[in-house]
Design a protein around this ligand. Structure first.
Ligand code: 2DT
Length: 212
């Protein structure tokens, strides 16, 4: 078999769209079909930077808005060597949130432009595929109460959704919108198909740089 790198696959979406469930199912399905795959998630709360972020999200500490944005970005950059290593080893990575969440959430706060929010993440490994799990705000509300972490309110989530929509207009990113209002299995089948196509396509293609 010829050498092929792994694919960088990202799942994005508003809260309650089922990203984490779908990431886990996708990694399992890929492994079962003989394709090396691992899951990652951002924020990665296990690192020192991740712990600062986690404490902020849990409202145990306060951080200035620009500062926390840069910490979220730094949390991605600190994992770039590991991301590149795994992809080079032929392992596909399924990532629960990435720079798009970074931009959508901070730019939903007053006074933050999309451009300012994007800049610290310019040059990150570019995902080969970004699937946006789309769920209308009313469908998300129908899935039960939000948790108690920061950002988990209906009003904020609506603004986040509109920021994601702005980001999806960028044709330099390979976006696929997935209707997340269906059953877990139907959504999974759709996601798996897009992923397998992406994995087959990245052969011989170098990893790109995001927003560059
Ligand atoms: P979960 O761990 O439940 O996914 O929530 N966020 C995430 C940001 O504000 N900026 C980022 O760069 C990233 C990756 C989204 C994490 C919360 O943190 C938000 C929800």
């Amino acid at each position: 078999m010829t050498y092929r790198r792994g694919a960088l696959i990202v799942l994005e979406g508003v809260d309650k769209a089922g990203k984490t469930t779908q990431c886990k199912k996708l990694v399992q399905a890929l492994q079962q079909s003989g394709r090396p795959a691992e899951m990652m998630r951002f924020p990665d709360r296990t690192t020192k930077i991740g712990q600062l972020i986690s404490s902020y999200l849990e409202r145990k500490s306060n951080l200035e808005d620009h500062t926390v944005h840069l910490l979220f970005s730094a949390n991605r950059w600190e994992l770039v060597p590991e991301i590149k290593e795994k992809l080079e080893q032929g392992i596909s990575l399924v990532v629960d949130r990435y720079a798009f969440s970074g931009v959508a959430f901070t730019s939903a706060k007053p006074g933050f432009s999309l451009d300012w929010c994007k800049s610290p993440d310019v040059g990150l490994p570019k995902p080969d595929l970004v699937m946006f799990l789309k769920l209308s705000p009313s469908e998300a509300e129908g899935r039960g109460e939000f948790g108690t972490e920061r950002y988990e309110t209906t009003v904020f989530q609506r603004t986040v959704q509109s920021r994601f929509e702005q980001l999806m207009k960028d044709p330099s990113v390979n976006w696929q919108v997935i209707d997340a209002a269906r059953t877990i299995e139907d959504v999974h089948t759709d996601i798996k198909e897009h992923t397998v196509n992406a994995i087959n396509k990245v052969e011989e293609q170098p990893l790109g740089e995001l927003w560059k």
